[in-house]
Ligand binder design. Structure first.
Ligand code: ZN
Ligand code: ZN
Length: 233
């Protein structure tokens, strides 16, 4: 099995090490058909793309689309932050091909109640309110991919996966964050959700590579046909 697309990669516009073109070149070398640039949203306190530089971010991706036209499909993406229990996210103005949504500790939450619920989620095993926050975000916004479920905050994997299935959102198996266990993934797979594997590469040398995620998929017994970006070698 091999990846044919990697929708979730980072560049220097947030805290990756490569430029947009570097990720695209790396994706070409790996034999991918599609690569997505999905830098962190503006509410991420430390790494988010700065609001005043957001136009530069989008135009760099547009340039790469033109430059590599016919050779590889470059997707304009963003990795949004979940910032409210009501499903609020930090979606900026712009046209996106791929909208990734994740929880990140360094994102500025909408209010104190949200910040408290997220911060104490793991300690208090409070997955109910957090799963609901994800579900509301999926219902309210056009989310392509839920990134690294279970990273930083607990979730009910089956409920979240069902919401993803209902709204056509992909459930991510993230290579960088190892929070998802075999059992968690099997819970998600009880639904009819579709999965996507992402490198979440922060350096061009990791683009298109997801050995940990592929191992997890194999251990969990997930049928390759349920993963949208894999093909038989
Ligand atoms: Zn993330
Ligand atoms: Zn990421």
């Amino acid at each position: 099995m091999k990846l044919i697309a990697d929708y979730h990669t980072h560049t220097v516009h947030s805290h990756g090490t490569g430029r947009v073109e570097d990720n695209v070149e790396a994706a070409l070398q790996r034999g991918l058909q599609t690569v997505g640039i999905a830098d962190h949203g503006i509410a991420h306190f430390t790494y988010g793309v700065k609001r005043r530089k957001f136009g530069d971010y989008l135009s760099c991706i547009e340039n790469a689309k033109r430059q590599y036209d016919g050779r590889i499909d470059v997707k304009t993406g963003i990795e949004l932050n979940l910032i409210g229990l009501d499903g609020s996210v930090d979606l900026p103005q712009g046209r996106f091909d791929v909208v990734v949504l994740g929880y990140h500790k360094a994102a500025v939450c909408k209010n104190l109640k949200t910040a408290w619920t997220f911060a104490t989620g793991q300690l208090l095993h409070n997955d109910g309110k957090i799963t609901e926050a994800y579900m509301r975000a999926i219902q309210r916004h056009h989310i392509t991919i839920v990134a690294h479920p279970g990273y930083g905050v607990p979730v009910d994997y089956q409920k979240l996966a069902q919401a993803c299935a209902d709204y056509g959102t992909l459930f991510e198996i993230n290579n960088k964050h190892g929070d998802l266990t075999t059992e968690d993934l099997q819970q998600a797979a009880l639904t009819n959700v579709k999965f996507v594997i992402s490198s979440d590469a922060h350096s061009p040398c990791h683009v298109g590579l997801a050995p940990n995620a592929i191992q997890l998929v194999t251990r969990a017994g997930i049928a390759p046909s349920r993963i949208v970006n894999m093909t038989e070698d």
